[in-house]
Design a protein around this ligand. Sequence first.
Ligand SMILES: Nc1ncnc2c1ncn2[C@@H]1O[C@H](COP(=O)(O)OP(=O)(O)OP(=O)(O)O)[C@@H](O)[C@H]1O
Length: 206
Amino acid sequence: MEIKLTNLSKKFVSNTLFKGLNATFLTNKAYAITGSNGSGKSTLLKIIAGYIAPSSGSVNFTENEILVPKDNHFQHINICAPYLDLVEEFTLAEHIEFHSKFKKVYFDSDLLEEIDKAQLSDSLNKPVQEFSSGMKQRLKIILATCYHSNVLLLDEPTSHLDKAGKEWYNELIKGKINERITLFFSNDEQEFTRFTDNLINIEQLK
Ligand SMILES: Nc1ncnc2c1ncn2[C@@H]1O[C@H](COP(=O)(O)OP(=O)(O)OP(=O)(O)O)[C@@H](O)[C@H]1O
């Protein structure tokens, strides 16, 4: 899989976030998109994921040198982001059951073991509305990383995690960035420096 951003620009009414952005992302590699608050990291994630359109330029996915139709991009992507919510009425087990209908478990993962390591085993049958913010974040990270996808998009993945949660995240991510493209969108170096030295500062691309 290859993702190619060509001459990408995004303008809102009162500001231009980036202009003429070019980048290529390759399988088996991780990249960190950095930049201060409001610089456009989440907007770029949403454009790559196809949630919003760029003002100009293109986002192309190719697999074995064949262009993936835009309508199929979503099938290749897993996302963990603050603006993507869990289903509050579903239990953790129901989230797992639901996701398992659409995606295969990542080759390296044993879901029950991952849930145990995330200290969520006692909450399997609890509705998510009874979870703390940190518990929700752990579940979001499991759902994004432990299912197969060619592309993994992580926006501020350790928000709400305590020290133990951050240690768990570091251990988990280590095993989840092979055989896919991983993009971290963050200005918190602790979220990505262990995993990549490919840094792209969005502000230098304006
Ligand atoms: N739908 C929208 N309409 C108008 N402006 C928007 C819209 N979405 C985002 N913006 C603006 O675009 C800018 C970039 O927002 P974005 O959330 O992409 O930044 P970010 O780099 O992810 O920030 P943070 O580090 O705070 O999460 C902000 O000024 C924001 O107000």
